[in-house]
Design a protein around this ligand. Sequence first.
Ligand SMILES: [Fe+2]
Ligand SMILES: [Fe+2]
Length: 133
Amino acid sequence: MEWKEEFQHGLIWQDFQHHQLIDNINALINSVTSGDSDDKSFRKAALFTIQYCSGHFKIEEEYMKKHGYSLTESHIEQHNLFIDDFKKIISDNNLNGAQKSSVLLNKLLTWFKDHILTDDKLFANFILRHEIE
Ligand SMILES: [Fe+2]
Ligand SMILES: [Fe+2]
């Protein structure tokens, strides 16, 4: 999955972190498609995702609150739902590392399309407008 110009919303820190997520998605795609995904590769991707959630989500949420973004609550709810789903993947004892990698990959790809390209873009547009005013 190549980073495209249209993925960029204009907030430098946010774009940088979304780009890091794409890098992690690509590493996961490589290990899943090459068939060598296992517990170790899943742990690596999961560790990144944990850091991503605790760092990136927190920064977005702080910006929203600071600037009185009207969709703050629903946006935070989506972040929390993502974290809940992610925890379920980690703790699913019916799946091995390779299966968890595939499930996490699908989750991240859906997240990119359904959250980053839509809700995060709305939020970035708001911040950009707000900081210009
Ligand atoms: Fe984001
Ligand atoms: Fe977000």
